[in-house]
Structures are given as structure tokens and as C-alpha cells.
Ligand binder design. Structure first.
Ligand code: GLN
Length: 444
């Protein structure tokens, strides 16, 4: 069966390509890689899951994609996502939902749900996602694979359609930490085309990954998991025990302000989104409404037609948070909370090398279950948004099964320590077989 046929039930892809590898003996030669559809590729449709970009074909290519090509990867297509990466289920795509390969009635997570589902179902070896508040890690957890959000600034965002510019990062999804390390090595590092990109040359992530993790100290905060459903907590604690068996020392540390990360995130992300999305005005590119009498009504008609309900909601929330008279009460307060959270982690990392927490409070939910309740949807990001607010790197790796569905174990580390996250996850995967389990549909 060809790729479009194999994807028929899942709908992980929005666009397929039969592009042949550019290079024959690169570090990613022989690997089939899928690209989230908010990353521009010259000459390929790039929709970001939105009607407003339905016929948009970018005139340039994202740095990460260019680097994958130079490394010999075979690019197989563009994957589905929540519109402009706003969501946690891929139900907000204007082009239909993607299904979870472990249970077709459930969501694959989001917003990189197409990328996670494509990897989990074996439709590609690796995929790129973007993570503004968990969009790589949460779908990786829901689909039983590994996903890494690099440190803010580690990977060039040139050619990435912006959502929250102080939060967005691009990163890899794959079954194993080892494959995530291979992709990260290729895409990370300085880029003259992105001034927010860190100038230091990257370490050898695969070498760092292999170093023995005996003696590393892994922090966790019991208060953060005490209210979890019993089976979720049991899976998390079993994961910690695996680390203990690897010679990692578990250390209890306190992250007292984590509960403020979700409200801070939803203020900052929406504020930045409202500003980033102002560029979709029907004038320069993308959809333009017909029949308007003047430029003002053309713009509002274009946006009314082009944006979906969740994107409109976020633009309204963000515009409100930024408006005069409210700015100090909301946006400025949320920014201060980022500093407080950063200080919490500085304290935690004074006594530890990494920090463990669940990726999500529950496994994949049913399609439609939360789509009428935006707050319930936002609450599913409670453990992931803090990595974006602080800029710290974070990984989610398979951490067991709850009710037959995969769940993730999340690790965070000090800035620029992606190697340590890969090292811990890799050794966990040498000791366990969760990452080798495949959904039934991947076997056929
Ligand atoms: N679910 C979060 C949101 O909707 C995170 C999305 C993301 O990381 N792109 O904003």
C-alpha cells in the first residue's frame, strides 16, 4: 500500500510528496521524515491547518527542512495540526481531525497530532513538530513515542509560522530517544536567518546520550502528582523506579509555583498570537474575501471567513489582555510569573541534574470529548507549558500504559542540556520496552 492509502483512516497527512533524497550518504539517509504543516517548504502547500492559508505556497524553505534535505532525509509529506498550532487535540484543523493509531476514536493530541500519529503508525521514521506549550510532548505521550522540545533558541525558526514567538520551538518526534538525537543534531545550531537562534555550536548529542547516567540526580515534586488519578500516578512512580534501577538518585524538590504556569501561559500565548496573526489581512498573501466595498471590510471579512473558532477566541483573549488598562493586570503579571518559575527551576537544578513530571494528567481523550469546553482542553497542558515559559528543554518518552493507552514521562533539564535529557531517556529505553510497543494498525 502506498502512503496515502495507509493514511486513509488516520488522516495524519495534509500533503504527500514523492521527493527523492537530495544526498545519498548523509546522517539521515534512509530515513523517511514528515514535516508539520506550519513549516514552510518552497513550492509545497503550507496551510498551518487554516483556511486562511488554503492556497498558500511559500516562496522559501524553513532552515530545519533545508538541513534535513542536506542530511539525506526523504521528506514524505506535511502533517496535520490544530489551526496555527493552537490546540491540544488536532481537532482544530480546518482540514479534519487526525485519529490516534492506538484507538481511532481518540485524539492523537496536538497540536503536532499528525506528526505523532504518522510516526506511531509507522508511516514515517521521524517527524518534525513545533512546541509552544506542549505540542511536541503531549502528542508524543498520547501516541506512545518520544518527543523533544529543545531549549528556546537551540533550533532556528526561520520558516516556521509563528504562534507565540517567545515560546515556539521546533523539535523531533520518533519512537526512540536515539532517533530524536539524530534529528536534533541535524536541525539544531546557529542560523544567520534567525536572530533568536543561539550562536554556540551544538555538542555531539548522540555521544552525550550514550554516557552512563549512574549518579545523576533526578528531581521530582510529590505535590505535583498527588491529585492525579491512581493509575496515572502509579505509571509515573513506576517510571521513577526505572530511573532508580539505573543508578539515578531521586531527589524530592519543590516547584511551588507550577500551578500559575497555565494561566500565565494562556495570557502570553494568546497575546503573542493576537499580534502574530495580524499579518493575515488578505492583502499580501493567503485568502482574500470577495465582494467587500473597502479595505477595512475586506480585512474583517477575510478574517471572519479564514480563521476558525479557536483562533478567533485566542485573538480576542490576547487582544483583551494587551489592551490599555488591562495590560498591567494580565500580560505584565504573566511575564513576572515567568521569572518566578525560572527561579523555582534555578533552585531545583542547584540540587539536581534533571526534573521529572508526567507529560499529561490523563491518556488520550475521545474525539469530541473536550471540543465544546475550551477550559477543559487548556487544562490538559498543565504539565507542559512551564518548559516554554522558562525556555528550558523537555522530553516526553513512553512511560507505560494506562487503560491500554500509552502515557508519557516528561523530563526537564537546565538550558542547553538536551544531551542530558536524551541520555536519561535513552537509558530508560535500554531498560524498558514501552517504546517498542506498536499499535495494532502499525503491524499491518
Ligand atoms: N495546547 C497548547 C495551546 O493550545 C500548546 C500548543 C502548542 O504547543 N503549539 O496553546
Amino acid at each position: 500500500m502506498n502512503l496515502p492509502e495507509r493514511d486513509r483512516e488516520l488522516h495524519a497527512f495534509l500533503h504527500f510528496s514523492d521527493e527523492q533524497p537530495l544526498v545519498q550518504d548523509g546522517p539521515l539517509s534512509g530515513s523517511a521524515v514528515a514535516i508539520k504543516d506550519n513549516l514552510c517548504i518552497q513550492g509545497w502547500p503550507t496551510t498551518a491547518g487554516s483556511r486562511i492559508l488554503e492556497n498558500f505556497v511559500p516562496p522559501y524553505t524553513a532552515t530545519v527542512v533545508e538541513r534535513l534535505r542536506q542530511a539525506g532525509a526523504r521528506l514524505v509529506g506535511k502533517t496535520n495540526l490544530d489551526e496555527f498550532a493552537m490546540g491540544s487535540s488536532t481537532e482544530n484543523s480546518a482540514y479534519g481531525v487526525t485519529r490516534n493509531p492506538w484507538d481511532l476514536e481518540r485524539v492523537p493530541g496536538g497540536s503536532s497530532g499528525g506528526s505523532a500519529a504518522a510516526v506511531a503508525a509507522g508511516l514515517c521514521d521521524m517527524a518534525l513538530g513545533t512546541d509552544t506549550g506542549g505540542s511536541i510532548r503531549q502528542p508524543a505521550a498520547f501516541c506512545g513515542i518520544t518527543g523533544l522540545k529543545p531549549t528556546y533558541g537551540r533550533v532556528s525558526r526561520y520558516g516556521c509560522i509563528a504562534y507565540g514567538s517567545s515560546l515556539d520551538q521546533i523539535g523531533p518526534l520518533a519512537y526512540t530517544a536515539e532517533d530524536c538525537a539524530r534529528v536534533l543534531q541535524v536541525i539544531a545550531g546557529p542560523d544567520a536567518l534567525d536572530s533568536t537562534c543561539y550562536q554556540e555550536v551544538c555538542p555531539d548529542f548522540s555521544a552525550e546520550m550514550k554516557a552512563d547516567c549512574k549518579g545523576l540526580r533526578l528531581g521530582w515534586d510529590p505535590a505535583l502528582v498527588k491529585d492525579l488519578p491512581g493509575d496515572m500516578r502509579a505509571a509515573f512512580e513506576a517510571g521513577l523506579e526505572v530511573y532508580r534501577s539505573l543508578g539515578v538518585t531521586l531527589v524530592e524538590v519543590s516547584l511551588p509555583h507550577l500551578e500559575y504556569s497555565l494561566p500565565a501561559y494562556y495570557l502570553i500565548a494568546t497575546a503573542e498570537a493576537s499580534s502574530n496573526l495580524a499579518r493575515y489581512d488578505g492583502v499580501r498573501y493567503g485568502h482574500r474575501a470577495q465582494g467587500a466595498k473597502d479595505v477595512g471590510s475586506m480585512m474583517s471579512k477575510t478574517r471572519a471567513e479564514g480563521f476558525g473558532p479557536e483562533v478567533k477566541r485566542r485573538i480576542m483573549l490576547g487582544t483583551y489582555a494587551l489592551s490599555s488598562g488591562y495590560y498591567d493586570a494580565y500580560y505584565a503579571q504573566a511575564q513576572k510569573m515567568r521569572t518566578v518559575l525560572r527561579q523555582d527551576f534555578e533552585k531545583a537544578f542547584a540540587a539536581t541534574d534533571a526534573f521529572a513530571l508526567p507529560t499529561t494528567p490523563a491518556p488520550a481523550f475521545k474525539i469530541g470529548e473536550k471540543s465544546d469546553d475550551p477550559l477543559a482542553m487548556y487544562l490538559s497542558d498543565v504539565y507542559t507549558v512551564v518548559a516554554n515559559l522558562t525556555g528550558l528543554p523537555a522530553i516526553s518518552h513512553p512511560g507505560g500504559f494506562v487503560g491500554g493507552l500509552p502515557v508519557g514521562l516528561q523530563l526537564m533539564a537546565p538550558a542547553w542540556q538536551e544531551g542530558r535529557l536524551l541520555q536519561l531517556a535513552h537509558h530508560f529505553q535500554q531498560q524498558t520496552s514501552y517504546h517498542q510497543k506498536r499499535p495494532q494498525m502499525a503491524a499491518v
